[in-house]
Design a protein around this ligand. Structure first.
Ligand SMILES: NC(=O)C1=CN([C@@H]2O[C@H](COP(=O)(O)OP(=O)(O)OC[C@H]3O[C@@H](n4cnc5c(N)ncnc54)[C@H](O)[C@@H]3O)[C@@H](O)[C@H]2O)[C@H](O)CC1
Ligand SMILES: [K+]
Length: 499
């Protein structure tokens, strides 16, 4: 699904009003109804709601939600943060509607008028939405701090007030929501780790914005969902043999780090590759042959891989998991780059070695997949001040080097050479465990060998990896699951996407 900017969302709103057509106040009612329905499912009597509104359309949503909750017999008090500017048209209409059924409407003009909040109250934050255009200051800033300090649960409408939807919210006072009820689609800000403490659990509510606008509007950002996967996944052919699914090579492991090698080899095989050879060190031979009998082994070096040959036989080479950092690995990388038939997969120490020799960047095979976590990314391309800056840098470097950068995180970002950014929607905190990156490298290598393009391998790979992790977490808990479990549930993940 495409992800639009705040400006595009405003245009989407206007397009829907004009073309559905629907009166803007009725669209606001639809949004408020979707929120009220969600709230009524979650909270029972005698929950008392304190609804804090600005004077824009986000505040208008808050007033309409107040009316709907009162009509469902909940105790509701409404607080409107005063400002010199007049309320928006739909805010004013909803204020009149609310006044007909409630007198518990208070205007906040100074800190003295801030309400006392009970820990059991539920606050609904409708102060600012996507129309936030400057840092909250004065009474707004103080109000945000007051609400955060109350200890009560906060439900933010559309976006936690104070947070910008698509740029870094540098030092802003921002609501720390327990839940965010956002309209129609995710916002880029929700997908970046730096905003984790503000958004809470995000629910996306469908308010029926125009499909035509969605189809025609261009945006660099997309959220990978089941529809994206359906377009990419290719079922196996009944008459296939192992030759149809490619020959992969993994350059992995060293003394003390054979676990990484085993994990990447197993996940590569579980991703459907036809044949796999692992280049490993002598000490790893018995380990690999015993743990992964389906893979062939070639030994080079004693405690670490020193040199390799015959790389031309392979459809794809993945390098990095567990290889450690040794001086001779520069030559190893050069050999891989020189002999790759097509794109390669670079991970872990493969990336760390690369970052020590920037002169090698330009010889990375076109459309290779680089899979750094934020620290590895910073080592490769320099430090970023915040997640938005890092995201922009990933897009810039992907274009410059003509590679796919898979920036790993809760919502892993795939930055493409065409300047697009795909966020993953599967995965969970249980996957923050040693070895889960090695599993991802194996999956990418296996998918590339099967002739998925680099973009397809990236999208399908991160989605399957996260989905297998989600299944593992459900069966085993986020705490107890380990990287090997992600591999064990890859089969269930394939079954889910193929039905
Ligand atoms: N997207 C949709 O389809 C729908 C969205 N709805 C809701 O509308 C808001 C966006 O409303 P808008 O009026 O454009 O902006 P806000 O309510 O976010 O507030 C803007 C308001 O406040 C002023 N302002 C902005 N920043 C500051 C600041 N730091 N300090 C003081 N004042 C500030 C600004 O000038 C405006 O006057 C969206 O989020 C949804 O909640 C519709 O209800 C339904 C469809
Ligand atoms: K809000």
């Amino acid at each position: 699904m495409k992800i639009f900017s705040a400006k595009q969302i405003k245009n989407w709103d206007s397009f829907t009003i004009k073309n559905e057509p629907i009166a803007s106040v009725d669209l606001m009612e639809r949004a408020a109804k979707a929120c009220a329905d969600w709230i009524l499912k979650k909270f029972q009597q005698p929950t008392s709601f304190k609804i804090v509104c600005g004077k824009g359309n986000n505040g208008g949503d808050g007033l309409a939600i107040a009316r709907l909750l009162i009509q469902n017999n909940f105790p509701v008090c409404v607080y409107i943060a005063e400002s010199p500017s007049a309320g928006s048209g739909d805010f004013n209409i909803n204020l009149l509607r609310l006044k007909e059924i409630s007198s518990a409407i208070y205007f906040l003009e100074s800190t003295e008028s801030f309400p006392a909040i009970n820990k059991d109250d539920v606050i609904i934050d409708a102060l600012f939405g996507t129309g936030l255009n400057k840092k909250p200051s004065g009474i707004f800033k103080k109000l945000i701090v007051h609400l955060n300090n109350s200890g009560a649960q906060i439900i933010s409408i559309d976006i936690p007030s104070g947070l910008y939807a698509d740029v870094h919210s540098d030092g802003n006072a921002i609501i720390q929501a327990r839940y965010t009820l956002s309209f129609q689609q995710q916002k880029v800000a929700f997908l970046l780790a730096e905003n984790e403490s503000f958004c809470g659990e995000v629910a996306i509510l469908d308010i029926g914005l125009s499909q035509e606008y969605y189809n025609n509007e261009q945006t660099p950002f997309e959220l990978i969902d089941k529809n994206t996967i359906e377009e990419i996944y290719v079922p196996r052919k009944p008459f296939a043999n192992k030759g149809n699914y490619g020959y992969a090579c993994l350059v992995v492991g060293s003394y003390g780090m054979m676990g990484a090698a085993v994990l990447s080899a197993r996940s590569c095989l579980r991703s459907g590759v036809g044949k796999l050879t692992c280049y490993i060190c002598k000490e790893g031979y018995t380990i690999m042959q015993t743990a992964v009998p389906e893979a062939m082994c070639a030994m080079f070096g004693t405690t670490f891989i020193k040199d390799i040959d015959n790389l031309k036989n392979f459809d794809v080479i993945g390098i990095g998991p567990g290889i450690g950092r040794h001086l001779s690995h520069k030559q190893l990388l050069q050999k891989v780059f020189k002999n790759s038939k097509g794109p390669a997969v670079l991970d872990a120490d493969g990336l760390n070695i690369l970052s020590s020799y920037p002169a090698l960047y330009k010889s990375i095979p076109q459309h290779s997949i680089l899979t750094p976590h934020p620290k590895e990314f910073d080592r490769l391309f320099g430090k970023s001040e915040n997640d938005f800056e890092r995201m922009e840098l990933a897009l810039k470097k992907a274009k410059e080097l003509s590679v796919y950068i898979v920036l790993k995180g809760h919502h892993t970002l795939i930055a493409t050479p065409e300047g697009k950014g795909f966020f993953n929607s599967t995965g969970n905190a249980g996957m923050a465990t040693a070895g889960s990156g090695d599993v991802l490298t194996g999956i990418f290598t296996g998918l590339l060998a099967q002739k998925y393009t680099s973009l397809e391998a990236c999208i399908l790979g991160v989605y399957l990896h996260g989905l297998a992790g989600d299944i593992a977490a459900k069966k085993l808990s986020k705490e107890a699951m380990i990287a090997g479990d992600i591999i064990d549930y890859l089969g269930d993940a394939f079954i889910q996407i193929s039905h």
